[in-house]
Design a protein around this ligand. Structure first.
Ligand SMILES: Cc1cc2nc3c(=O)[nH]c(=O)nc-3n(C[C@H](O)[C@H](O)[C@H](O)COP(=O)(O)O)c2cc1C
Length: 189
């Protein structure tokens, strides 16, 4: 059984987080702990037809982002790791600087200090030096920066194909099997 913390923060692309939760919902031996920031609730409203309760129903456990006493706030609570998808530049900066004033950033900080896997899917463009430095800092601390950058060799046809490719790359990080995109099999011609 894998226990995974899934943080959805308020950058554009909340659909990536929803899709990850949908896929994990169908995997019985993965237990998801969802932290949905207030910012993510806003983008959910602006960018999708999904309701907050509907998204919450995809997770096994839902945590209040203000509750710093939640289980995932402590390193003694065993989890495989955490993914923040999408990750706003605000949450990225807070994680890079250990500014743990909400549960999402506290859980990410705990993930790093326990040397567990932290995957951030940052969404902003263009990036200024501060954003890049924060990504460097998180990488230096052991985190993985996995921007939602599509590849085209698997011939995507729909927006969902592009989303699934990024979600599949996140699942790859945790060794979770999936069929969300066709893998490159090599070209031996
Ligand atoms: C519709 C919408 C789109 C946004 N897109 C982005 C974005 O792509 N990247 C980003 O860093 N912030 C974006 N923001 C701003 C964040 O929501 C804002 O910085 C918020 O404070 C992030 O807080 P959180 O990380 O705690 O969710 C967007 C806000 C809105 C309302």
């Amino acid at each position: 059984m894998q226990r995974l913390i899934v943080g959805l923060s308020g950058s554009s692309g909340v659909i990536y987080g929803i899709r990850l939760l949908e896929v994990l919902h169908g995997i019985p031996d993965v237990e998801t702990h969802l932290i949905l920031s207030k910012g993510a609730e806003l983008t959910l409203r602006f960018e999708t037809q999904h309701g907050v309760d509907e998204v919450k129903s995809l997770a096994n456990v839902v945590h209040n982002p203000e509750n710093l006493a939640a289980s995932v706030s402590s390193g003694s609570f065993q989890v495989s790791g955490m993914v923040v998808i999408p990750c706003s530049m605000k949450s990225l900066a807070q994680i890079a600087l250990s500014l743990n004033d909400n549960l999402l950033t506290r859980a990410a900080d705990v993930t790093l200090k326990e040397r567990r896997k932290l995957v951030l899917v940052p969404r902003e463009t263009p990036l200024h030096l501060g954003h890049l430095r924060h990504m460097t800092a998180v990488t230096e601390m052991g985190g993985i920066i996995l921007p939602p950058v599509p590849s085209f060799y698997h011939a995507p046809k729909t927006i969902m194909d592009l989303i699934d490719q990024t979600v599949g790359k996140v699942l790859d990080q945790f060794g979770i099997e999936h069929h969300l995109f066709r893998r490159w099999g090599g070209d031996d011609t």
